[in-house]
Design a protein around this ligand. Sequence first.
Ligand SMILES: Nc1ncnc2c1ncn2[C@@H]1O[C@H](COP(=O)(O)OP(=O)(O)O)[C@@H](O)[C@H]1O
Ligand SMILES: [Mg+2]
Length: 465
Amino acid sequence: MTDKAITIWQELGFCSTPYHTHPLKPTDDDVLLHVARTRESAEFLTQIEHVGGGITIISGDVGLGKTSFLNVHQRLLAANQAGVALRLLINHDITGVTADDTAESLARHLTFNLVSSIVKECVAKQQPVPKEAERIQKWMSHESKRSHVGGSIQILGSGFSAEHGSSETPIDDMRLENWKNILGLLVAEAKTCLGLHGVIIAIDNTETLPIDELVKILMSYRDTLFVVDDIWWIIIGRKNLYSQIANRDPRVSQRILGSGIELRPLNSEELHELVEKRIRGLRIDSPGRKKPAKSPLSPQIHKLLYAASCGQPRYMLKAADDLFRAILVDVRIKLTKENQGLLGSGMINKALRSELVDDQVPDTLAEPMLRKRAIDALRSRGLSDIQVNALRIVAASGPTQVEARAKAGRGSRATDEALALLEAADLIVKIEQLGGSRHVLKGDAWICNHYGDWNKLSGPVDTLL
Ligand SMILES: Nc1ncnc2c1ncn2[C@@H]1O[C@H](COP(=O)(O)OP(=O)(O)O)[C@@H](O)[C@H]1O
Ligand SMILES: [Mg+2]
Protein backbone atom coordinates (compact mmCIF):
# COMPACT_ATOMS: atom_id res chain seq x y z
CA MET A 1 0.00 0.00 0.00
CA THR A 2 1.30 3.47 -0.89
CA ASP A 3 1.79 5.93 1.95
CA LYS A 4 -0.65 8.79 1.94
CA ALA A 5 1.21 11.85 0.69
CA ILE A 6 1.50 14.43 3.42
CA THR A 7 2.47 17.97 2.56
CA ILE A 8 4.24 20.13 5.05
CA TRP A 9 1.01 22.08 5.42
CA GLN A 10 -0.95 18.99 6.34
CA GLU A 11 1.80 18.09 8.74
CA LEU A 12 1.33 21.50 10.33
CA GLY A 13 -2.46 21.06 10.48
CA PHE A 14 -3.66 22.94 7.37
CA CYS A 15 -5.29 21.71 4.16
CA SER A 16 -3.00 24.02 2.17
CA THR A 17 -0.78 27.05 2.65
CA PRO A 18 -2.49 29.85 4.52
CA TYR A 19 -0.29 32.28 2.58
CA HIS A 20 -1.62 31.57 -0.92
CA THR A 21 -2.22 34.59 -3.16
CA HIS A 22 -5.14 33.44 -5.32
CA PRO A 23 -8.18 35.66 -5.39
CA LEU A 24 -11.07 34.48 -3.24
CA LYS A 25 -13.69 32.57 -5.20
CA PRO A 26 -17.46 33.07 -5.17
CA THR A 27 -18.00 30.29 -2.63
CA ASP A 28 -19.35 30.17 0.92
CA ASP A 29 -15.96 29.01 2.24
CA ASP A 30 -14.16 31.94 0.69
CA VAL A 31 -16.76 34.45 1.88
CA LEU A 32 -15.71 33.43 5.39
CA LEU A 33 -12.09 34.31 4.55
CA HIS A 34 -12.91 37.82 3.39
CA VAL A 35 -12.08 40.76 5.60
CA ALA A 36 -15.11 42.98 5.24
CA ARG A 37 -14.74 46.35 3.57
CA THR A 38 -17.90 47.83 4.97
CA ARG A 39 -17.87 51.20 3.22
CA GLU A 40 -16.78 49.92 -0.20
CA SER A 41 -19.29 47.12 0.11
CA ALA A 42 -22.15 49.50 0.86
CA GLU A 43 -21.13 51.70 -2.07
CA PHE A 44 -20.89 48.73 -4.42
CA LEU A 45 -24.25 47.25 -3.47
CA THR A 46 -25.92 50.64 -3.74
CA GLN A 47 -24.49 51.15 -7.21
CA ILE A 48 -25.52 47.81 -8.62
CA GLU A 49 -29.04 48.04 -7.21
CA HIS A 50 -30.22 49.32 -10.53
CA VAL A 51 -32.96 47.92 -12.71
CA GLY A 52 -31.82 46.53 -16.04
CA GLY A 53 -28.07 46.37 -15.32
CA GLY A 54 -25.31 48.85 -16.01
CA ILE A 55 -21.58 49.36 -15.61
CA THR A 56 -19.74 49.50 -12.28
CA ILE A 57 -16.04 50.07 -11.78
CA ILE A 58 -13.86 48.50 -9.09
CA SER A 59 -10.42 50.04 -8.97
CA GLY A 60 -7.27 50.03 -6.88
CA ASP A 61 -3.60 49.07 -6.86
CA VAL A 62 -2.58 45.56 -7.85
CA GLY A 63 -3.01 42.93 -5.19
CA LEU A 64 -5.37 45.02 -3.11
CA GLY A 65 -8.27 42.57 -3.31
CA LYS A 66 -10.39 43.73 -6.27
CA THR A 67 -11.13 40.32 -7.79
CA SER A 68 -11.74 38.87 -4.33
CA PHE A 69 -14.08 41.75 -3.49
CA LEU A 70 -16.16 41.10 -6.59
CA ASN A 71 -16.27 37.34 -6.06
CA VAL A 72 -17.31 37.58 -2.45
CA HIS A 73 -20.11 39.97 -3.41
CA GLN A 74 -21.17 37.70 -6.24
CA ARG A 75 -21.61 34.93 -3.71
CA LEU A 76 -23.39 37.14 -1.16
CA LEU A 77 -25.82 38.32 -3.83
CA ALA A 78 -26.50 34.79 -5.04
CA ALA A 79 -27.07 33.61 -1.49
CA ASN A 80 -29.40 36.52 -0.78
CA GLN A 81 -27.10 37.76 1.96
CA ALA A 82 -26.26 41.15 0.55
CA GLY A 83 -29.48 42.93 1.44
CA VAL A 84 -30.18 43.52 -2.25
CA ALA A 85 -33.14 41.91 -3.98
CA LEU A 86 -31.24 41.09 -7.15
CA ARG A 87 -30.74 37.54 -8.35
CA LEU A 88 -27.82 37.57 -10.75
CA LEU A 89 -25.90 34.81 -12.46
CA ILE A 90 -22.44 34.53 -10.91
CA ASN A 91 -19.63 35.15 -13.39
CA HIS A 92 -17.70 31.99 -12.43
CA ASP A 93 -14.96 32.43 -15.02
CA ILE A 94 -13.92 36.04 -14.97
CA THR A 95 -12.35 37.33 -18.17
CA GLY A 96 -8.96 38.97 -17.75
CA VAL A 97 -7.86 41.38 -20.46
CA THR A 98 -4.64 40.41 -22.24
CA ALA A 99 -2.17 42.77 -23.90
CA ASP A 100 -3.10 41.71 -27.43
CA ASP A 101 -6.86 41.87 -26.94
CA THR A 102 -9.01 43.70 -29.42
CA ALA A 103 -12.62 44.70 -28.80
CA GLU A 104 -13.71 41.64 -30.79
CA SER A 105 -11.38 39.11 -29.15
CA LEU A 106 -12.42 40.35 -25.73
CA ALA A 107 -16.11 40.14 -26.68
CA ARG A 108 -15.51 36.55 -27.74
CA HIS A 109 -13.93 35.66 -24.39
CA LEU A 110 -16.66 37.42 -22.47
CA THR A 111 -19.28 35.45 -24.38
CA PHE A 112 -17.45 32.16 -23.92
CA ASN A 113 -17.15 32.75 -20.17
CA LEU A 114 -20.79 33.73 -19.88
CA VAL A 115 -21.75 30.43 -21.48
CA SER A 116 -19.51 28.49 -19.13
CA SER A 117 -21.03 30.32 -16.14
CA ILE A 118 -24.51 29.35 -17.33
CA VAL A 119 -23.41 25.74 -17.70
CA LYS A 120 -21.80 25.71 -14.22
CA GLU A 121 -24.92 27.15 -12.66
CA CYS A 122 -27.10 24.54 -14.38
CA VAL A 123 -24.82 21.73 -13.22
CA ALA A 124 -24.92 23.11 -9.66
CA LYS A 125 -28.70 23.28 -9.79
CA GLN A 126 -28.90 19.88 -11.47
CA GLN A 127 -30.93 21.17 -14.33
CA PRO A 128 -30.35 20.74 -18.06
CA VAL A 129 -28.27 23.35 -19.89
CA PRO A 130 -30.65 25.52 -21.94
CA LYS A 131 -30.69 25.02 -25.68
CA GLU A 132 -28.94 28.14 -26.97
CA ALA A 133 -26.27 28.05 -24.29
CA GLU A 134 -25.51 24.45 -25.17
CA ARG A 135 -25.36 25.21 -28.85
CA ILE A 136 -23.12 28.24 -28.44
CA GLN A 137 -20.85 26.34 -26.08
CA LYS A 138 -20.44 23.58 -28.66
CA TRP A 139 -19.84 26.05 -31.42
CA MET A 140 -17.22 27.98 -29.44
CA SER A 141 -15.32 24.96 -28.12
CA HIS A 142 -15.31 23.58 -31.65
CA GLU A 143 -13.88 26.86 -32.83
CA SER A 144 -11.14 27.07 -30.25
CA LYS A 145 -9.97 23.54 -30.99
CA ARG A 146 -10.06 24.04 -34.72
CA SER A 147 -8.37 27.41 -34.67
CA HIS A 148 -5.09 25.78 -33.63
CA VAL A 149 -4.94 23.88 -36.88
CA GLY A 150 -6.02 26.85 -38.88
CA GLY A 151 -9.35 25.49 -40.04
CA SER A 152 -12.03 27.94 -40.97
CA ILE A 153 -15.18 27.70 -38.94
CA GLN A 154 -18.74 28.26 -39.87
CA ILE A 155 -20.48 29.92 -37.03
CA LEU A 156 -23.81 29.59 -35.44
CA GLY A 157 -24.60 26.37 -37.23
CA SER A 158 -28.22 25.84 -37.95
CA GLY A 159 -30.94 26.98 -35.66
CA PHE A 160 -29.77 30.57 -35.09
CA SER A 161 -32.04 33.06 -36.62
CA ALA A 162 -30.56 35.42 -39.18
CA GLU A 163 -30.61 38.39 -36.81
CA HIS A 164 -28.16 36.59 -34.48
CA GLY A 165 -25.60 36.02 -37.19
CA SER A 166 -25.33 34.08 -40.35
CA SER A 167 -24.17 30.50 -40.59
CA GLU A 168 -21.70 31.66 -43.23
CA THR A 169 -19.71 33.96 -40.95
CA PRO A 170 -16.36 32.61 -39.75
CA ILE A 171 -15.85 33.26 -36.06
CA ASP A 172 -12.93 35.58 -36.70
CA ASP A 173 -15.20 37.81 -38.74
CA MET A 174 -17.78 38.16 -36.00
CA ARG A 175 -18.44 41.79 -35.35
CA LEU A 176 -19.43 43.42 -32.09
CA GLU A 177 -22.99 43.64 -33.39
CA ASN A 178 -23.04 39.81 -33.69
CA TRP A 179 -21.63 39.34 -30.18
CA LYS A 180 -24.21 41.77 -28.86
CA ASN A 181 -27.00 39.66 -30.35
CA ILE A 182 -25.56 36.45 -28.97
CA LEU A 183 -25.18 37.96 -25.51
CA GLY A 184 -28.78 39.16 -25.67
CA LEU A 185 -29.90 35.66 -26.51
CA LEU A 186 -27.89 34.08 -23.70
CA VAL A 187 -29.01 36.57 -21.07
CA ALA A 188 -32.68 36.15 -21.98
CA GLU A 189 -32.34 32.40 -21.79
CA ALA A 190 -30.41 32.46 -18.48
CA LYS A 191 -33.09 34.69 -16.98
CA THR A 192 -35.97 32.41 -17.86
CA CYS A 193 -34.29 29.07 -17.27
CA LEU A 194 -32.54 29.99 -14.03
CA GLY A 195 -35.12 32.44 -12.69
CA LEU A 196 -32.71 35.39 -12.47
CA HIS A 197 -32.89 39.14 -12.98
CA GLY A 198 -29.79 39.09 -15.13
CA VAL A 199 -26.11 38.18 -15.28
CA ILE A 200 -22.81 39.59 -14.03
CA ILE A 201 -20.01 39.93 -16.58
CA ALA A 202 -16.67 41.13 -15.28
CA ILE A 203 -13.78 42.51 -17.29
CA ASP A 204 -10.72 42.07 -15.07
CA ASN A 205 -7.09 43.25 -15.22
CA THR A 206 -7.89 46.15 -17.52
CA GLU A 207 -4.62 47.78 -16.38
CA THR A 208 -2.95 45.40 -18.84
CA LEU A 209 -3.93 47.81 -21.62
CA PRO A 210 -2.81 51.44 -21.88
CA ILE A 211 -5.69 53.61 -20.73
CA ASP A 212 -6.34 55.04 -24.20
CA GLU A 213 -6.70 51.56 -25.70
CA LEU A 214 -9.03 50.53 -22.92
CA VAL A 215 -11.21 53.60 -23.40
CA LYS A 216 -11.34 52.86 -27.13
CA ILE A 217 -12.64 49.35 -26.46
CA LEU A 218 -15.19 50.61 -23.93
CA MET A 219 -16.29 53.24 -26.43
CA SER A 220 -16.84 50.57 -29.07
CA TYR A 221 -18.96 48.61 -26.58
CA ARG A 222 -21.06 51.65 -25.76
CA ASP A 223 -23.47 51.13 -28.62
CA THR A 224 -23.05 47.37 -28.87
CA LEU A 225 -22.42 45.07 -25.89
CA PHE A 226 -23.31 47.65 -23.24
CA VAL A 227 -26.75 48.09 -24.81
CA VAL A 228 -27.82 44.53 -23.95
CA ASP A 229 -30.36 44.62 -21.12
CA ASP A 230 -29.86 42.90 -17.79
CA ILE A 231 -26.10 42.62 -17.82
CA TRP A 232 -24.31 43.96 -14.75
CA TRP A 233 -20.90 44.83 -16.18
CA ILE A 234 -18.06 45.09 -13.68
CA ILE A 235 -14.88 46.67 -14.95
CA ILE A 236 -11.86 46.07 -12.72
CA GLY A 237 -8.62 47.96 -13.06
CA ARG A 238 -6.00 50.44 -11.98
CA LYS A 239 -6.27 53.03 -9.25
CA ASN A 240 -8.59 55.94 -10.09
CA LEU A 241 -9.90 54.16 -13.17
CA TYR A 242 -13.19 56.03 -13.18
CA SER A 243 -11.63 59.48 -13.31
CA GLN A 244 -9.11 58.34 -15.89
CA ILE A 245 -11.96 57.18 -18.13
CA ALA A 246 -14.04 60.29 -17.42
CA ASN A 247 -11.11 62.56 -18.29
CA ARG A 248 -10.70 60.86 -21.64
CA ASP A 249 -14.23 60.20 -22.76
CA PRO A 250 -17.30 61.40 -20.87
CA ARG A 251 -19.45 59.45 -23.33
CA VAL A 252 -18.21 56.25 -21.68
CA SER A 253 -18.25 57.52 -18.10
CA GLN A 254 -21.86 58.71 -18.53
CA ARG A 255 -22.85 55.08 -18.82
CA ILE A 256 -21.17 54.12 -15.56
CA LEU A 257 -23.26 53.77 -12.41
CA GLY A 258 -21.89 56.10 -9.70
CA SER A 259 -18.25 57.01 -9.88
CA GLY A 260 -16.48 53.74 -9.26
CA ILE A 261 -15.53 51.83 -6.13
CA GLU A 262 -11.99 52.69 -5.12
CA LEU A 263 -10.50 50.03 -2.84
CA ARG A 264 -8.21 51.41 -0.16
CA PRO A 265 -5.20 49.58 1.31
CA LEU A 266 -5.98 47.42 4.33
CA ASN A 267 -4.67 48.58 7.71
CA SER A 268 -2.52 46.36 9.91
CA GLU A 269 -5.47 45.14 12.02
CA GLU A 270 -7.29 44.10 8.86
CA LEU A 271 -4.23 42.32 7.47
CA HIS A 272 -3.91 40.54 10.79
CA GLU A 273 -7.58 39.56 10.58
CA LEU A 274 -6.98 38.26 7.04
CA VAL A 275 -4.28 35.87 8.25
CA GLU A 276 -6.27 34.84 11.30
CA LYS A 277 -9.31 34.02 9.15
CA ARG A 278 -7.16 31.88 6.89
CA ILE A 279 -5.57 30.05 9.79
CA ARG A 280 -9.05 29.23 11.13
CA GLY A 281 -10.50 28.46 7.70
CA LEU A 282 -7.72 26.18 6.47
CA ARG A 283 -7.15 24.32 9.72
CA ILE A 284 -7.76 20.57 9.66
CA ASP A 285 -9.42 19.40 12.81
CA SER A 286 -7.91 15.97 13.07
CA PRO A 287 -8.77 14.04 16.20
CA GLY A 288 -5.09 13.23 16.75
CA ARG A 289 -4.05 16.87 17.14
CA LYS A 290 -3.71 18.06 20.66
CA LYS A 291 -3.70 21.77 19.91
CA PRO A 292 -5.25 23.66 17.00
CA ALA A 293 -2.77 24.67 14.31
CA LYS A 294 -1.37 28.17 14.51
CA SER A 295 0.21 30.50 11.99
CA PRO A 296 3.55 29.13 10.68
CA LEU A 297 5.21 32.52 11.14
CA SER A 298 4.94 34.48 14.36
CA PRO A 299 2.72 37.53 14.85
CA GLN A 300 5.93 39.59 15.11
CA ILE A 301 7.02 38.52 11.60
CA HIS A 302 3.52 39.11 10.26
CA LYS A 303 3.65 42.60 11.72
CA LEU A 304 6.87 43.38 9.88
CA LEU A 305 5.40 42.08 6.65
CA TYR A 306 2.19 44.11 7.10
CA ALA A 307 4.23 47.23 7.59
CA ALA A 308 6.38 46.49 4.54
CA SER A 309 3.31 45.74 2.39
CA CYS A 310 1.79 49.24 2.58
CA GLY A 311 -1.60 47.58 3.02
CA GLN A 312 -1.45 45.32 -0.04
CA PRO A 313 -2.60 41.85 0.96
CA ARG A 314 -1.07 40.06 -2.02
CA TYR A 315 2.38 41.48 -1.27
CA MET A 316 2.12 40.51 2.38
CA LEU A 317 0.95 36.96 1.64
CA LYS A 318 3.57 36.39 -1.03
CA ALA A 319 6.34 37.70 1.21
CA ALA A 320 5.21 35.34 4.00
CA ASP A 321 5.00 32.41 1.59
CA ASP A 322 8.44 33.18 0.12
CA LEU A 323 9.97 33.47 3.57
CA PHE A 324 8.51 30.18 4.72
CA ARG A 325 9.73 28.46 1.55
CA ALA A 326 13.20 29.93 1.98
CA ILE A 327 13.32 28.37 5.43
CA LEU A 328 12.22 25.09 3.92
CA VAL A 329 14.99 25.32 1.32
CA ASP A 330 17.57 25.83 4.06
CA VAL A 331 16.29 22.82 5.97
CA ARG A 332 16.40 20.76 2.78
CA ILE A 333 19.99 21.78 2.04
CA LYS A 334 21.10 21.02 5.57
CA LEU A 335 19.42 17.65 5.50
CA THR A 336 20.74 16.72 2.06
CA LYS A 337 24.27 17.44 3.25
CA GLU A 338 23.77 15.38 6.39
CA ASN A 339 22.41 12.43 4.45
CA GLN A 340 24.74 12.37 1.47
CA GLY A 341 21.94 13.41 -0.85
CA LEU A 342 19.51 10.63 -0.06
CA LEU A 343 16.27 11.78 1.49
CA GLY A 344 13.48 9.39 2.39
CA SER A 345 9.88 10.48 2.17
CA GLY A 346 8.70 12.43 5.16
CA MET A 347 12.25 13.36 6.24
CA ILE A 348 11.96 16.98 5.19
CA ASN A 349 8.72 17.44 7.05
CA LYS A 350 10.17 15.82 10.12
CA ALA A 351 13.31 17.92 9.94
CA LEU A 352 11.33 21.10 9.48
CA ARG A 353 9.22 20.26 12.47
CA SER A 354 12.33 19.89 14.55
CA GLU A 355 13.29 23.47 13.62
CA LEU A 356 9.93 24.79 14.80
CA VAL A 357 9.09 25.83 18.29
CA ASP A 358 5.55 24.99 19.23
CA ASP A 359 4.60 24.62 15.53
CA GLN A 360 5.95 28.05 14.65
CA VAL A 361 9.15 29.15 12.93
CA PRO A 362 11.12 30.86 15.70
CA ASP A 363 11.91 34.52 15.06
CA THR A 364 15.57 33.77 15.59
CA LEU A 365 15.39 31.79 12.34
CA ALA A 366 12.83 33.87 10.43
CA GLU A 367 14.06 37.38 11.14
CA PRO A 368 17.67 37.06 9.92
CA MET A 369 16.33 35.26 6.86
CA LEU A 370 13.85 38.06 6.16
CA ARG A 371 16.59 40.63 6.54
CA LYS A 372 19.08 38.78 4.35
CA ARG A 373 16.52 38.17 1.63
CA ALA A 374 15.67 41.87 1.47
CA ILE A 375 19.36 42.80 1.09
CA ASP A 376 19.88 40.07 -1.53
CA ALA A 377 16.83 41.20 -3.48
CA LEU A 378 17.90 44.85 -3.46
CA ARG A 379 21.45 43.97 -4.46
CA SER A 380 20.25 41.86 -7.34
CA ARG A 381 18.28 44.81 -8.69
CA GLY A 382 21.52 46.67 -9.24
CA LEU A 383 20.23 50.02 -7.99
CA SER A 384 22.24 53.10 -8.92
CA ASP A 385 23.74 55.34 -6.24
CA ILE A 386 21.12 57.96 -7.03
CA GLN A 387 18.34 55.44 -6.55
CA VAL A 388 19.74 54.20 -3.25
CA ASN A 389 20.10 57.79 -2.17
CA ALA A 390 16.51 58.56 -3.12
CA LEU A 391 15.40 55.58 -1.03
CA ARG A 392 17.41 56.84 1.90
CA ILE A 393 15.96 60.31 1.56
CA VAL A 394 12.42 58.94 1.51
CA ALA A 395 13.30 56.87 4.57
CA ALA A 396 15.24 59.36 6.59
CA SER A 397 13.97 62.82 6.04
CA GLY A 398 10.48 62.10 4.86
CA PRO A 399 9.04 62.57 1.47
CA THR A 400 8.11 66.18 1.91
CA GLN A 401 11.74 67.01 1.87
CA VAL A 402 12.27 65.04 -1.32
CA GLU A 403 9.61 67.09 -3.00
CA ALA A 404 10.88 70.29 -1.45
CA ARG A 405 14.33 69.51 -2.84
CA ALA A 406 12.81 68.79 -6.20
CA LYS A 407 10.94 72.07 -6.16
CA ALA A 408 14.06 73.97 -5.18
CA GLY A 409 15.65 72.52 -8.30
CA ARG A 410 18.58 70.91 -6.51
CA GLY A 411 19.16 67.65 -8.31
CA SER A 412 15.43 67.58 -8.85
CA ARG A 413 15.30 65.90 -12.22
CA ALA A 414 17.57 63.04 -11.21
CA THR A 415 15.65 62.58 -7.96
CA ASP A 416 12.31 62.66 -9.78
CA GLU A 417 13.50 60.09 -12.28
CA ALA A 418 14.86 57.91 -9.51
CA LEU A 419 11.56 58.15 -7.63
CA ALA A 420 9.58 57.20 -10.73
CA LEU A 421 11.78 54.14 -11.31
CA LEU A 422 11.61 53.10 -7.67
CA GLU A 423 7.83 53.40 -7.78
CA ALA A 424 7.69 51.23 -10.90
CA ALA A 425 9.97 48.73 -9.13
CA ASP A 426 7.47 48.63 -6.24
CA LEU A 427 10.07 49.81 -3.72
CA ILE A 428 8.21 53.00 -2.88
CA VAL A 429 4.55 53.90 -2.98
CA LYS A 430 3.00 57.26 -3.60
CA ILE A 431 0.33 58.16 -1.11
CA GLU A 432 -2.17 60.84 -2.00
CA GLN A 433 -3.09 63.05 0.90
CA LEU A 434 -4.43 66.47 1.59
CA GLY A 435 -2.03 69.08 0.32
CA GLY A 436 -0.23 66.77 -2.15
CA SER A 437 1.30 63.37 -2.38
CA ARG A 438 4.14 61.74 -0.56
CA HIS A 439 6.26 58.62 -0.93
CA VAL A 440 6.84 55.86 1.59
CA LEU A 441 9.12 52.81 1.41
CA LYS A 442 7.67 49.44 0.48
CA GLY A 443 8.73 45.80 0.52
CA ASP A 444 12.45 45.04 0.55
CA ALA A 445 13.28 48.73 0.82
CA TRP A 446 11.11 49.04 3.93
CA ILE A 447 12.75 45.96 5.47
CA CYS A 448 16.26 47.14 4.60
CA ASN A 449 15.56 50.48 6.22
CA HIS A 450 13.91 48.88 9.25
CA TYR A 451 17.15 47.05 10.03
CA GLY A 452 19.39 49.95 9.03
CA ASP A 453 21.04 47.82 6.35
CA TRP A 454 21.65 50.45 3.64
CA ASN A 455 25.40 50.07 3.91
CA LYS A 456 25.06 46.38 3.07
CA LEU A 457 23.78 47.09 -0.43
CA SER A 458 27.30 47.25 -1.77
CA GLY A 459 30.53 45.46 -0.91
CA PRO A 460 31.37 41.78 -0.76
CA VAL A 461 28.52 39.32 -0.27
CA ASP A 462 29.98 37.62 2.79
CA THR A 463 29.61 40.84 4.79
CA LEU A 464 25.85 40.68 4.45
CA LEU A 465 24.86 39.54 7.92
N1 LIG B 1 -10.52 41.82 2.04
C1 LIG B 1 -9.82 40.70 1.93
N2 LIG B 1 -10.03 39.67 2.76
C2 LIG B 1 -9.31 38.53 2.68
N3 LIG B 1 -8.38 38.30 1.75
C3 LIG B 1 -8.12 39.28 0.88
C4 LIG B 1 -8.83 40.52 0.91
N4 LIG B 1 -8.37 41.31 -0.07
C5 LIG B 1 -7.42 40.60 -0.70
N5 LIG B 1 -7.26 39.39 -0.13
C6 LIG B 1 -6.28 38.36 -0.55
O1 LIG B 1 -5.18 39.06 -1.14
C7 LIG B 1 -4.77 38.46 -2.35
C8 LIG B 1 -4.90 39.45 -3.51
O2 LIG B 1 -6.28 39.68 -3.77
P1 LIG B 1 -6.87 39.84 -5.26
O3 LIG B 1 -8.34 39.85 -5.14
O4 LIG B 1 -6.26 38.83 -6.17
O5 LIG B 1 -6.31 41.31 -5.60
P2 LIG B 1 -6.42 42.16 -6.96
O6 LIG B 1 -7.53 41.57 -7.77
O7 LIG B 1 -6.69 43.55 -6.50
O8 LIG B 1 -5.08 42.06 -7.63
C9 LIG B 1 -5.62 37.22 -2.53
O9 LIG B 1 -4.91 36.09 -2.06
C10 LIG B 1 -6.83 37.46 -1.65
O10 LIG B 1 -7.31 36.25 -1.13
MG1 LIG C 1 -7.38 40.63 -9.65
